[in-house]
Design a protein around this ligand. Sequence first.
Ligand code: SF4
Ligand code: MG
Length: 327
Amino acid sequence: MTPPLLDLHRVTCGFVTARGVVRAVEEVSLRLHHGETLGLVGESGCGKSTLARLAMRLIAPGSGSIRFDGIDLATARGEDLRRYRAAVQMVFQDPYAALNPRETIGTILEQPLIVHRRGGRSARRAEALAMLARVGLRPELATRYPSELSGGQRQRVGIARALMLQPRMLVCDEAVSALDVSVRSQVLNLLLRLRADHGLGMLFISHDLSVVRHLADRVAVMYLGRIVEFAPRDMLWQAPLHPYTRALMAATPLANPAAARSRVAPPLPGEVPSPLDPPPGCHFHPRCPLAIPRCRQETPDLHEATSGHSVACHLAGESPCALPMVG
Ligand code: SF4
Ligand code: MG
């Protein structure tokens, strides 16, 4: 059997800060299949970017394992590591900060080929120009500098650069969050097209539910370092099980007009607690309108409520109807 493209197994990752230890990611297990887009949503500070950095091997987990196409990232060396580095690329939130201001767009696009020693000079330039066309940019832009481009053009360059090595997976961390709404949908549609053309797997991270809904095949909802719900996209929007997911949807009317109208959840009260000192039991209990005494003591496990749909909530037990409507 082919292994999943990305396989996180009980990954925990913490940081020591001046104010104490932050447990950014706790016991996260996730599988991303070949060609699949996995959406990861949650408010800022919930550990999404830490998960992105773990998948990029920019940081190592404290415990648990991460495999890419069967390669264990903790022990990968030599050819395996080289293969992984070419196969996984990242698209950043701020296209401007991610591009070297002193290099022309053409040179920026050729850089990954130089690093991975692919092709001669003219072949590299030809590939850069072909890639510009593929992301909908004119070839003349190859001689321009990032400061001469618009935000949307720069993000297209960021995507083009990520594709130069023909990766098998893209990690997109808030990749369209800095863009205007109209440009955002153009870039999202570009990603959809490139995903189909290149058979790319994508880990698509965003605080914005409507963006994730546009793109993801399956969606993981994170809260304070943990995955609290995981389901195929349509299943999640039709029947969100976790009170946090419902509150997020209600707070994003565009993401779920029906939910907003029928008020299946109240607006989300309060701020995300500090990950330095997360509430005991279910981390969501101080904000949860349904919390019962057990929630303050016991951390709910992520378990399958219906086929393919997992949730971590004491009240979302045996049947999908067990969780009462609120509001
Ligand atoms: Fe709310 Fe309790 Fe479920 Fe947590 S476990 S989401 S506090 S009902
Ligand atoms: Mg982030």
